[in-house]
Design a protein around this ligand. Structure first.
Ligand code: FAD
Length: 320
């Protein structure tokens, strides 16, 4: 008899036990969540988090599971998966409001449909709106922060607050929500009027680029490492990578070039492999364990440090 489960289930109808997280992550890796709740409702999110805190069990908020490597042993406590808990709405001519669980894919389609410019860079970006805000997701020179007007979030004292763009403290793949573990509930985007056909063409070109260049035919969590700030590359290697510098959003060298340079492309541990199509992706060849991926990550970090004196920072989060 699991008294905690009984107590939680009473307050949170629909709560499940021992749910395999591999089925809720893009990596298709991960053991069970002790307690698991899918919710579409803001009040339920708040209630679930408040209750977990009260009975002192760990609580983790899951979006699309596209930036996560979950331990093979699974996760103790409660995992709350936020799904589209309130629909996308156009507030005035060029402002959109959406819930944290809305998929970025739906948000991009909606903005294009309404001839609103500003989200085309996110064509093909997986995951939820909440996940993108928390990590200030970006691609093709654009970032989530570029069009955020206001974010509604739950803080560590379970207070709901509204933050303007500045108070979100966005930086490269970071925000106040990540730093302080605040939960994004919903947000408003300020977009501009644009040409529907042109916006659709741009978003589709990014989707096509991803299909061509990224190993989307295998489960993964996207880029494993953050790109490297050009200024942080030791002077003797700056000239080597000069023709690889990109502005995204500041001057960086894609981490993939260091992995290629260290001869690690195609390196395999167990059923995990450094992708031959895009060296900053680790792919699951089928049946990979989190331990395989962790060993591969450690190996890549060690070799890059040895060869280039650079400490690669992980973009993918390990959940245990
Ligand atoms: C094929 C592929 C391509 C990718 N390409 C890119 C890319 O181009 N650019 C890029 O930046 N990323 C990319 N990613 C990584 C990933 O898609 C993004 O980081 C995405 O924004 C994560 O959102 P999610 O909903 O999946 O978050 P999850 O993976 O579910 O969670 C990630 C973290 O966010 C937290 N979180 C989730 N929802 C909330 C919320 N509502 N409030 C607070 N915290 C929350 C979780 O607790 C966790 O700590 C890619 C991933 C894949 C698989």
């Amino acid at each position: 008899m699991d008294a905690t489960f009984t107590l939680l289930q009473k307050a949170l109808p629909g709560l499940q036990k021992n749910i395999l997280l591999k089925n809720y992550t893009s990596f298709k890796i991960g053991g069970p969540a002790e307690y698991f709740l899918v919710t579409h409702n803001k009040n339920t999110i708040i209630k679930a988090i408040a209750l977990a805190k009260k009975i002192q069990i760990p609580v983790f908020v899951l979006g699309g599971g596209t930036n996560l490597l979950v331990s093979d042993k699974g996760v103790k406590g409660l995992v709350v998966k936020i799904e589209n808990h309130h629909p996308i709405a156009q507030k005035n001519n060029s402002c959109i409001e959406a819930g944290a669980g809305v998929l970025m894919k739906s948000l991009v389609s909606f903005s294009v449909e309404k001839s609103l410019q500003g989200l085309e860079w996110a064509g093909g970006l997986p995951g939820t709106f909440g996940g993108a805000i928390r990590g200030n997701a970006g691609a093709f020179g654009g970032e989530t922060q570029d069009s955020i007007l206001e974010v509604e979030a739950l803080d560590e004292h379970l207070q709901v607050k509204k933050l303007n763009n500045k108070r979100c403290q966005f930086s490269y793949r970071n925000s106040v929500f990540k730093e302080k573990k605040w939960i994004v509930l919903s947000a408003k985007l300020q977009l501009k009027k644009g040409d529907k056909k042109e916006l659709g063409r741009l978003a589709a070109s990014h989707i096509a680029y991803r299909k061509q260049k990224h190993p989307l035919e295998y489960p993964s969590a996207g880029s494993v490492f953050k790109n490297v700030d050009f200024k942080k590359i030791p002077a003797r290697f700056q000239t080597v990578f000069l023709d690889k510098v990109k502005k995204d959003p500041f001057e960086i060298v894609p981490a993939a070039w260091f992995i290629i340079g260290a001869g690690l492309t195609g390196k395999k541990i167990g059923r995990a492999e450094v992708s031959k199509k895009h060296s900053n992706y680790i792919i699951n060849l089928g049946g990979a364990k989190a331990t395989d991926v962790l060993k591969l990550i450690a190996l890549v970090k060690k070799q890059i440090k040895k060869k280039y004196g650079i400490v690669l920072e992980q973009e993918v989060q390990f959940l245990k």
